[in-house]
Write a protein that binds this ligand. Sequence first.
Ligand code: ADP
Ligand code: MG
Length: 339
Amino acid sequence: MGVIKQLPQNVANQISAGEVIERPASIVKELIENSIDAGAKNIEIKIEDGGRDLIKVKDDGHGILADDIESAFNRYATSKIENIDDLYSLYSLGFRGEALASIASVAEIEMISRHQDSDQAVKIKLKGGEILDKKPVGSTIGTEIIVRDLFFNTPARYKYLKTTTTEFSHISKIVSAEATANSDLSFKLYHNGRQILSTPGNGKLKDTIYAVYGSEIAENLIPIDIEDRYIKLSGYLCRPELSRSSRSHELFFVNGRPIFNNLTAKAVETAYNKLIDPGRRPIVFLFIKVNPILVDVNVHPAKREVKFSRSQIIFDVIKKAVRNTLRENDPTTRIKLNQ
Ligand code: ADP
Ligand code: MG
């Protein structure tokens, strides 16, 4: 008899959860992106103890049909794409159909959702991938998800969690970036009952930056707006007088999605070269629009990294656009560059 056996679905989900869910902040990101994809206008995030005790995300999006509520937790089950080509014209944030299945496999998850065409909500509870309860309940249109007991069945992962402060700072960073990326939506973030962040959702990026990053940054912004054959850049650069000791305030959004990308960071840092002290990092909120065919969002399961084709062109366009915008709009930059 052979020794190779198919892993049970549960175990397979737990293993793949390791890639999607590194820490509480990854769950927050996945849930927020689902809310955005559902067309929510208001997203409320409540966290207890850095996400270890509780993560709650509530939205007023279109909700889930009662008939779909179990499928939402199946791996590779998605309403967002149907075939591989759809990836190249992707405008939704999710597409892998992995998040809910992964979260459900390593935590206790409770979801209450009412679809916009339905007059009743369904509440479903799962733990370790098993459905514990499912029943109709009363609720407003939208979806609420509560995650508790994170990593209860994967002690090695639980042990790997850092302090409450560290885990919450990851969460806060993600919510800040998502709120900035979506200034037409209102985000509210609470930690242990205290409100940490609240954005107006009025569609004005500057007001959102003010709400998230404070008045000093908001009052020192220079708008950037440049269109090239391949990419379109918009957003704000901060005057070089303000800088940070890390890349914490270098924010990049590719086709609306907050991303980490070494190439774009390097391009901006090269543009700010000599304008800020060595070792310091600029503050930028740069929205990059490219044809989806030039960017691959599928390189990392958590979708944090993107890969550009024609990366040299992207690098050059960003560097030049940032440098020129600073030169044209910031007197100190002009003086420094002419020295
Ligand atoms: P993906 O987002 O990649 O499709 P998920 O596992 O995150 O996969 O979600 C599975 C499906 O559940 C989604 O395709 C969507 O149809 C539904 N869903 C999840 N969260 C929400 C939400 N907040 N509002 C409406 N539908 C949702
Ligand atoms: Mg998703």
